[in-house]
Design a protein around this ligand. Structure first.
Ligand SMILES: C=C(O[C@H]1C=CC=C(C(=O)O)[C@@H]1O)C(=O)O
Length: 378
């Protein structure tokens, strides 16, 4: 559905006046005000194609059948470098419960492993996630968390997206995070992405840190887990590109909390009318957040976890030229309309060689991005 503008606040600090910010090392995209809202990705892609929308920004849900939170803003601004907004205070945060419990997450990984290891298994990979409830003593402004995430990330990655366009359940809520993973980027006819899959924790001791990273690049289990993501992207992008450059093996990349295997993919678009949003829709969800084969993995995720909302979806922008950038919606949290309940999410890819306790530990490490931003430790 497409609907026109929502009331904006006269309070200069109200997040509804800046419904979208994507901070990246090479520049920040900021949306001012909301002209049109779309809960349907199809309606948004059509509006962009027809020239009715000057830009589309926002969030795609994990499950493409669920409502999207997309808008056409009044103004879309590009600023150089990472976000440099006014710094706002983060209130005291208390850690609540894990959803599900840690024991239940381990049991779900074990259940997934039984399917992955069955003699007649069709499922090769599934990404299972858990959430952590957090409580703020006073209202947490989404841009306060964004500021801390951007400052804490070497590349200055961060995003804040108002989710109200997805319908009344999402009204006043925000998705805030610092994703290291580029789902898709389009500039002219150049398409690129940087899939990540395969992880290991960082260490304070430089020597152990270096050794852990080196072990990850040669870990066959992780390289296989990563290859499934690259294969899926190749299959989705090949029909849309005339050239596609994909290195044979992944390289090491890092966030302050984790080492990851990553593959820089680049290609040349066959048809310039295909926008960055079209490309995001074509490749999402990759096996970095869902699994292989996609439908079987999505079914198992729905059965074991229920709905994911916007976690493991995509966050980004597309302008009237069709250029844009969409990040994978990970290392993020939803902040409720009151700003006092925060739900952080983290998942990990499970393959036949995975270990349930290691997978639980990996989600804990990944939650560290949001926890550090909020100034708390598990
Ligand atoms: C699904 C998440 O991470 C993905 C991205 C990088 C590495 C991943 C992994 O090693 O499992 C995941 O595929 C998450 O952070 O919630």
């Amino acid at each position: 559905m497409e609907s026109t503008a929502v009331a904006e606040s006269t309070d200069m600090d109200s997040p509804s006046n800046t419904p979208f910010i994507l901070s990246r090392p090479h520049g920040t995209v900021i949306a001012d005000g909301t002209r049109t809202q779309y809960d349907s990705t199809l309606a948004a892609t059509k509006a962009l194609r027809d020239g009715r929308a000057t830009a589309i920004v926002g969030a795609l849900p994990f499950d493409p059948a669920h409502p999207a939170a997309l808008i056409t803003p009044h103004v879309l601004r590009h600023e150089p470098g990472s976000w440099n907004g006014k710094s706002l205070r983060v209130p005291r945060i208390r850690i609540g419960s894990s959803l599900p419990t840690e024991a239940e997450h381990v049991a779900r990984v074990a259940a997934a492993l039984r399917e992955l290891r069955a003699p007649d298994a069709t499922l090769a990979k599934v990404v299972l996630a858990r959430s952590l409830m957090l409580h703020a003593d006073e209202r947490l402004h989404p841009h306060a968390l964004l500021g801390r995430l951007v400052a804490g990330d070497r590349g200055g990655n961060g995003f804040s997206v108002a989710l109200g366009a997805a319908g009344s359940t999402w009204s006043g809520k925000h998705l805030v995070g610092s994703s290291p993973e580029v789902l898709i980027r389009r500039r002219g006819d150049v398409v690129s992405c940087h899939p990540l899959a395969g992880s290991a924790p960082r260490h304070n001791d430089p020597e152990s840190d270096r050794r852990t990273g080196e072990a990850l690049v040669v870990s066959e289990k992780n390289v296989r887990e990563h290859a499934l993501v690259v294969d899926a992207l190749r299959a989705s992008l090949a029909p849309l590109c005339t050239e596609l450059d994909i290195p044979d093996r992944p390289t090491l990349t890092s966030t302050p909390q984790l080492w990851h295997l990553g593959t820089p993919v680049s290609g040349r678009l066959r048809d310039r009318s295909v926008t960055a949003l079209d490309l995001a829709v074509a490749v999402h969800p990759t096996p970095a957040v869902c699994g292989t084969p996609t439908d079987a993995a999505r079914r198992l995720i729905a059965e074991l976890e229920g709905g994911r909302g916007f976690y493991a979806g995509a966050v980004g922008w597309t302008d009237s030229e069709g250029d844009g950038e969409w990040m994978v919606g990970i290392r993020c949290a939803e902040i409720d309309a009151q700003g006092t309940t925060i739900v952080a999410h983290a998942g990990g890819g499970i393959v036949a060689g995975s270990d349930p306790d290691d997978e639980l530990a990996e989600t804990t490490t990944k939650l560290g991005t949001i926890l550090t931003g909020l100034g708390v430790q598990l």
